[in-house]
Each structure stands twice: as C-alpha cells, then as structure tokens.
Design a binder for this molecule. Sequence first.
Ligand code: FA5
Length: 349
Amino acid sequence: MIIMSEKLENSLKHWLESISSIALLPELEKVKSELLGKSGIVTTALREVSKLPIEKRKIFGEKLNNAKSSIEEAIANQISKIKRSMVEDKMNSEAVDITLPSINESFGSVHLLTRAMRQIRDHYHARGFLVLDGPEIETDFFNFDALNIPKHHPARQSHDTFYIDGFDEVLLRTHTSCVQVRTMLKTGIPVRMISIGKTYRNDKLDSTHSPMFHQVEGLVIDRNSLTVGHLKNELKRFISAFFETDDVAIRLRPSYFPFTEPGMEIDCRCNKNGGKLTITKDGADWLELAGAGMVHPDVFKHCGIDGEVYGFAFGFGLERLVTLRAGVADIRNIYDTDIRWLRYFRSCA
Ligand code: FA5
C-alpha cells in the first residue's frame, strides 16, 4: 500500500518542485506518465485509497486529489513555457535582416499592357496631344447617339453592349470614342487628344476577343485644313515608334464607321513567318491595325461644333498591338496569371 504516507507526500512535493526545471518536452511527458499515467504513482495511490475505511478515505483522498491537481497544473504550465521558448528560439535564429541586399532575383515587373499604355501615352504626349479619360459607365448618348449611331442603327448590334440592369440607356462603354464626344462638348476646338482605357463588349472570350479589352483612341480637330494625309502621317509615326522601326508602310482601306466620312481600316505591311511577325516595307502580308477616318460632319453637329472645321480620328485595340509586338498568339495569355507568362512578359521589356 503506497497511499498518502508521509514518504509519498514528500516524494510528490519533490516531483512538483522538479517539474519547473524540466526543459525538454519528452522528459516532461515521461514525468507525467510516471505520476499520472495508468500505473503512475498518483493513479495507483488513488486506486488504493478506495480500499481504506471511510474516514481515512476522505482525508487521504482529498490530499491525493489536491496533489494530483497541483501536478497537472505544474505540468501544463511547464509545457506552455517550453513551447513559448521554442518559438522564441526559432524566431531569434530565423530573424531577417531587412537591411541586407536581396539575394532573390525574382522581383515583379510592370505588366505588358501597362507598359504599352505608358509608352503610347508618352509618344502622344511628346507630339502635343492631351491624354484624357472618361467614365467606363456611359449613357447611350455619348457611346452611340452623338457618334451618329442612333437607336435601331445596325451598327449598334455589332457592338453587342452590356447594359446596366434596370437602366435602358446606361451601359459599359463599347469603345473609347465616347471620350471624343465628351472632349468636343467640353473644350470646343482645337482638339488634339488621345484616350486609353477599358472597353466592354458582349463578345465570347477566344484567342482574339475578350469581353473586356482596351482601346487607344485619337482625335485631332482644327479650323485649318486637316486631311487624310495628316491622319496617315500621325498613324505611321505611331506604328514606327511602337514597333521600333522606320521600315513601315501602311495602306488605308475603305471601311465604314458611322462617325467618320470617309472611314477606313489601317493596314501595315509585314512578314508573317510561322508565328514570327516582322513589320517591314517589303513584307508580303498586310496586318490590320486600326480603324480611322475623317470626323463625320454630323458628329460635329451633335457635339455643338459648327462652322468650317476639319478633324480626323483613329482607334486601336491595345491587346492587338501588344500581342503582335510580344509574339503572343492568344489574347487570353495577356490576362494570365501563370508565372511563366509573367516571366516571359518581363523578358519582352
Ligand atoms: C471602334 O471601336 C472604333 N471606335 C474605332 C475608331 C475610332 C474608328 C475612330 C474610326 C475612328 P472597332 O469596333 O473596329 O472600332 O474596334 C477597334 C479595335 O478594337 C479592333 O480593331 C480590335 O483590335 C479591338 N477589339 C474590338 N473588339 C474586341 C474584343 N472583343 N476583344 C479585343 N479587342 C477588340
């Protein structure tokens, strides 16, 4: 019988005092098992107490239970103390010196689209254009009516528009041409501006289309004669700058935009060898790059400009320019977050 004798009491006292000096978790587990485990000293003593006469059972039982609680508490405290100190040791040994130079070369980079937007902005800024923006949520007056695309005009269907729920006349702009309208109404003439921004059409996502894409739009208006020659010169300069070559030949192909008269598509001579595209005067192929034209007189009227005025406008799809220049065949890759694409885009800088 090892019930609560003076010897056992002293022994438990001694165990209790020693717990706070144990520094390793396995050692602590061992002590816990020796005292409180199935055949541990305290457990065995408690079992034997039940065999004592009732008056002794009460006294010894209480003493043993108190000793058991004290030991449990001491062990739990010591476990959290050891764990805390392990975390502190780890933090101290893994401390980061943020003043050291980086040894990790995988830093981020400016995205291909952002880089192109900045280049285009800088190009036109240097040529005396204002860089302006307008809202992405527009009314159909700015997106369609003022641009000579009244209700029921078939051209509206080709724009496949996203309307805002509950508003028949409020929509996500389908092109950046609305910024032209806002500029004419606000500043009058002369105008020399570009706008770069997001546009939206209910087009299915495929290798050349996305429901959200970016356009670059330019507008020049003056009382002095402006001709298709001026438009051609401006576009050629831009293509040269963007593709970093003077070896550029463009052609103007008749086309239709309700807000231009005449309207045209701008094609550029190139060579398409396999997937590789080279812009060159001697190229065998033509590449469609932009829509353009002289501003339609009705647009001037809708925008409160009268008298003898001349103007030209042009519009590029930014993703088209960027995919061509970077040699990316699929527009979806432009929006991809796959690190391999992002690394490739960085290498195109
Ligand atoms: C226009 O949007 C005219 N506002 C451009 C313009 C401006 C013409 C001024 C004349 C004068 P268009 O619908 O063709 O034109 O679109 C212009 C370019 O946007 C296209 O050449 C194409 O590169 C790009 N684009 C159109 N739809 C998408 C789409 N769903 N995804 C990606 N790019 C697109």
